[in-house]
Design a protein around this ligand. Structure first.
Ligand code: GLA
Length: 389
């Protein structure tokens, strides 16, 4: 495990001396609703947030790539022609990006890169997508590769599949790159068509509560859920031959196949179909400024993730249950892949401080773990902060 350093002045000196050609802001993301639906060709509602990884980049005229994370005092160096991905996990995201860019027939050269971040790792707010997309975005500019934003999104997702081993959907990378300030994205993961919905929720705020647990089931169970959905699709195909994903069947059709399915598979598939409907209803609620309905849909999403899809954990369930008795909170759910990370809460601005105080004490009393809490807002996707080329 990498250990975080905290000497801010030293860090700033390093960055000032580096003389970057390009500085990229690569944000994390939240997801309002639509969990585990992206790899099922369904709907999601994410947005980039105001927490990010910054990339300071310059080319160095050699074949050598040198990447340093100043927050963790960790670095990796490799030859652009022989990257050798068999190293610590954080480096695999980056080497994966380099390799996926090369697979597209683009020519890369050596570069120096410093990374600094205020995105908590393992909190379910996609530090991995920010890492992948930020490097891809930066190298695209540095070497004038002429990659479209959507290519950056897709190659970053492939880096995670092929070099890290998580068969993630497209939501995190899409949100990190494509988001617009003050909006959430309603994304159809089948067609990749999307709508930017204004996110004007005053006097409510988004509050993230980080359980500070990351159960190691997360990545193995993630891939298992994908396989379970595929098993469901194989059974549905026997009756509905044009079924390529769970997007192609209705809840009624799924019910008709119930007796052919193992109960676990049926619950996984039902969850996905119901969650897709919830995203559509939540978009309507947002358009109508009906935050009460939006909040109820968040709670229903959590219940599905807890009991049908089974990707929650006792810490996330505790925080969600705790919120229910607070009428200033309209909705709460676990967010991201599950088995740890954050809950996302829709809470009245006047209640934020007191609630953080109260829930932190209760959480500590229950689990002996300190909670981390922060409010967040929708932010612009990947941006160029400096371009000295
Ligand atoms: C992780 C994955 C995403 C998505 C979520 C669950 O964040 O990277 O693609 O599947 O889990 O919604």
């Amino acid at each position: 495990m990498l250990k975080k350093l905290s000497n801010n002045q030293k860090k700033q000196d390093k960055l000032d001396n580096f003389k970057a050609e390009i500085v990229i802001n690569s944000p994390g993301r939240v997801n309002l609703i639509g969990e585990h639906t992206d790899y099922n060709n369904g709907f999601v509602m994410p947005t980039a947030i105001d927490k990010k990884i910054l990339f300071y980049l310059k080319s160095n005229g050699s074949d050598q790539c040198n990447i340093t994370s100043i927050d963790y005092d960790a670095s990796v160096s490799f030859d652009i022609n022989v990257p050798d991905p068999d190293r610590e996990e954080w480096t695999q995201y980056l080497i994966g990006v380099v390799e996926e860019i090369k697979k597209l027939g683009k020519t890369l050269k050596g570069f120096d890169c410093i990374i600094t971040s205020d995105l908590p790792v393992g909190a379910g707010i996609s530090s991995s997508a920010a890492l992948e997309c930020g490097l891809a975005f930066g190298l695209n500019l540095l070497f004038d590769l002429k990659l479209e934003k959507l290519q950056i999104v897709k190659l970053s997702q492939s880096a995670e599949h092929n070099y890290v081993g998580t068969k993630c959907g497209i939501m995190d990378q899409f949100a990190s790159v494509m988001s617009k300030d003050a909006h959430v994205i309603k994304l159809d993961c089948q067609s990749l068509e999307y709508e930017l919905l204004p996110f004007d929720i005053a006097p409510y705020k988004l509050l993230l509560l980080n359980t500070n647990v990351a159960h190691n089931l997360a990545s193995s169970e993630y891939n298992v859920r994908r396989q379970e959905c595929e098993q469901g699709i194989a059974i549905l195909q026997q009756d509905y031959e044009n079924t390529n994903s769970l997007r192609d069947v209705s809840i009624v059709q799924l019910k008709q196949c119930k007796n052919k399915m193992d109960d676990v598979i049926y619950r996984r598939c039902s969850y996905v179909l119901q969650e897709n409907e919830r995203v559509l209803k939540a978009s309507e609620a947002l358009r109508n400024n009906d935050l009460n309905t939006f909040g109820q849909l968040m709670y229903a999403s959590h219940e599905g993730l807890q009991s049908q899809y089974e990707v929650s954990c006792k810490e996330l369930d505790f925080l969600t249950d705790f919120s229910r008795s607070h009428e200033q909170i309209l909705g709460c759910r676990m967010m991201g892949g599950g088995f740890g990370g954050c809950t996302i809460n829709l809470i009245h601005e006047n209640a934020v401080d007191d609630y953080i105080d109260e829930v932190s004490k209760a959480y500590f009393a229950q689990f002996n773990i300190a909670l981390t809490a922060f409010t967040t807002i929708p932010a612009e996707g990947t941006t160029v902060l400096e371009n000295n080329l």
